[in-house]
Design a protein around this ligand. Structure first.
Ligand code: 5GP
Length: 190
């Protein structure tokens, strides 16, 4: 997605530890036109995948996800990051390790928002080690539903997540793929 590449080059900042800061348009301030265009791209790629719902992980996946859900005319569900386990049969939960924060959280989904017939498109802002995406996949599969695809805004292709998801056979589509990140270096994979 050309406009996203441009925005990343103009406003993205490579921090130490392979972290790309995109606070000015995705993670803190949000660029609505860019988010809408992301929705258009995701819709175009996934519209024939039989998707019934979009799942995202709070909070930075919400903006691109809602724009996609709106254009695909399907519901969107936000997977919550809880600090502890919920002792209730009404929820699915799985432990995920946060790449940026370095701690674990309980990714949480209320059972009433998924059923066995669902085909879920998972959308997130970044793909690094794949922990967040794999956590979302576990929740979908625990519920007996199917993952129809995974949409990522910024994939850091030099980190393990990309290969893990591909090797498991998931249909992964990323709007920007970064091959190299360093001091004043942002290089795209294609
Ligand atoms: P993973 O679980 O694939 O290791 O990391 C993905 C999650 O960590 C994303 O949901 C995102 O919030 C965060 N993340 C990973 N890498 C980056 C990065 O370079 N920049 C920012 N802002 N967040 C990242």
């Amino acid at each position: 997605m050309e406009s996203l590449h441009k925005k990343i080059l103009e406003e993205g900042k490579a921090l130490s530890g392979n972290v790309l800061k995109v606070d000015s348009f995705l993670n803190h301030q949000v660029d609505p036109d860019l988010m809408f265009e992301m929705g258009t791209y995701f819709k175009k790629y996934f519209e024939n995948h039989g998707v019934t719902k979009i799942f995202t992980i709070e909070s930075s996946g919400i903006a691109p996800s809602v724009m996609t859900a709106m254009q695909m005319n399907i519901p969107m569900v936000i997977l919550k990051k809880q600090t502890s386990k919920i002792l209730s049969n009404d929820f699915y939960q799985t432990t995920v390790h946060s790449f940026t924060k370095g701690h674990d959280y309980e990714l949480t989904l209320a059972k009433k928002y998924i059923n066995e017939a669902d085909r879920i498109l998972i959308i997130d802002d970044f793909l690094a080690n794949g922990e967040a995406a794999l956590g979302a996949i576990r929740l979908v599969e625990d519920a007996g539903a199917e993952v129809a695809g995974i949409g990522i805004v910024i994939e850091k292709s030099f980190q393990p997540g990309y290969k893990i998801l591909k090797d498991k056979g998931y249909d992964l589509y990323s709007l920007a793929r970064i091959a190299k990140l360093g001091d004043n270096i942002i290089e795209f994979a294609d």
